[in-house]
Design a binder for this molecule. Structure first.
Ligand SMILES: Cc1ncc(COP(=O)(O)O)c(C=O)c1O
Length: 392
């Protein structure tokens, strides 16, 4: 019977009619009933909503929408992109296994691969992301349990030949995990190309507003998704419902945001190629991109992404002056927001390398990375032009 105590908090209301927007289930716990107990006792509580570290309807609404974008049957969300990557890799790998991974991965993923996984008894072999023959050789030689790479490398925007590498990996019995954060499912559906699991920093283009840290995991493997879910539960990397709502809301405009940003990136790339002081323009839409042709056409068949890298004459000092002169684009790390973000590899993503190491890794002096937002092509072009001119 309902308590008559006026100080007792009221019970949650539910609506008879369906809300157009998913309710934010900002609750840690749910009333237990027979089905919940059955699930707890049967599966460990994976399928019923009873405690939000295990599952939560708002979090699952965002996960399901992202899974649909990836063309996946199953999706999960995590508290960050790194939680998605780490939980997936630790679920798949055991002591004694080998991981063949790209050399060109996000810095914290590199630390996970180089520092943490070997500590768990995993052998790590690194290869150049865009050297498909090197992938084939490493896979044949080491018979890895997992093959891991990113669709697009940072900041060179080299394109990984996912279909060829996945074919080699599957021939050796390996599971292919792709971080698709830079390309996004708007440009690349990694699962369709042969990946077994696709992870994203949903913090970026998926959520799209620079206001939430989140990660996503998508796969067609129902048994694997349960194993990953068990680790999200035990490692505690679950996403908060309010954060999940922000992701969900960002995903509502994903297609139009990406359509616009990808189009503007192409237009800026074309214009910047003619600009004095710009010695190189790197974008997968360009015919002088090193992977132009078969690889780009297969991996990014229609859309070529909203990341754009310029190389400025005058090296890193000039690039720093240019970035400081921007009036619209914001000098900040990260990507995928509505505002264009500009960053310099030499003092951010690759600061811990010497200039010689950077050169060897293809990080050229004067490189400036742009994550295109929604300001419009004219505004961004004016901003870039004035910044480049004033920095010269
Ligand atoms: C390619 C890539 N993967 C993963 C991550 C990690 O994502 P998060 O910051 O959401 O943990 C990032 C972050 O910048 C990234 O750029």
């Amino acid at each position: 019977m309902e308590s008559t105590d006026p100080y007792r908090p009221g019970r949650a209301h539910t609506s008879r009619t369906s809300p157009v927007v998913p309710a934010i289930y900002q609750t840690t716990t749910f009333e237990l009933d027979d089905r919940a107990y059955e699930d707890i006792q049967g599966t460990g509580g994976l399928h019923e909503t009873w405690y939000s570290r295990f599952s939560n309807p708002t979090v699952q609404a965002a996960a399901d929408d992202i899974a649909r974008l990836e063309g996946a049957e199953h999706g999960l969300m995590t508290a960050s992109g790194m939680a998605a990557i780490a939980t997936t890799l630790v679920t798949l790998l055991r002591a004694g296994d080998t991981l063949v991974a790209s050399k060109q991965v996000y810095g914290d993923t590199g630390d996970l691969i180089e520092r943490d996984l070997p500590g768990l008894g995993v052998t790590v072999v690194r290869v150049d992301a865009f050297d498909t023959e090197a992938w084939r050789r490493a896979i044949a030689e080491h018979a890895p349990r997992v093959v891991y790479g990113e669709t697009l490398s940072n900041p060179q925007l080299r394109v990984m030949d996912i279909p060829s590498i996945a074919e080699a990996a599957h021939g050796a019995g390996a599971t292919v995990v792709i971080d698709n954060t830079f390309a996004t499912p708007f440009c690349t559906r990694a699962l369709d190309l042969g990946a077994d699991v696709v992870v994203e920093s949903a913090t970026k283009f998926l959520a799209g507003h620079s206001d939430v840290i989140a990660g996503s995991i998508a796969t067609n493997d129902g048994a694997l998704i349960e194993e990953i879910q068990r680790r999200i539960i035990t490692f505690g990397g679950s996403l908060d419902p309010h954060a999940a709502f922000l992701v969900w809301r960002g995903v509502r405009t994903f297609r139009v945001r990406l359509e616009e940003a990808c189009r503007v990136a192409v237009e800026l790339a074309t214009a910047m190629a003619e600009e004095e002081g710009v010695t190189a323009v790197i974008h997968p839409s360009r015919s002088d991109h090193p992977d132009a042709g078969a690889v780009v056409d297969r991996v990014m068949p229609e859309r070529r992404g909203a990341m754009l890298t310029l190389v400025l004459e005058g090296g890193d000092e000039r690039a720093l002056r240019a970035v400081r002169s921007l009036r619209v684009a914001v000098e900040a790390t990260s990507l995928g927001g509505v505002e264009t973000l500009a960053s310099l590899p030499f003092n951010s993503s690759h600061f811990n390398m010497s200039p010689e190491e950077r050169l060897e890794a293809g990080i050229l002096p004067g490189m400036l990375r742009l994550a295109i937002g929604l300001e419009g092509v004219e505004v961004l072009l004016d901003d870039l032009r004035q910044a480049i001119t004033s920095s010269g």
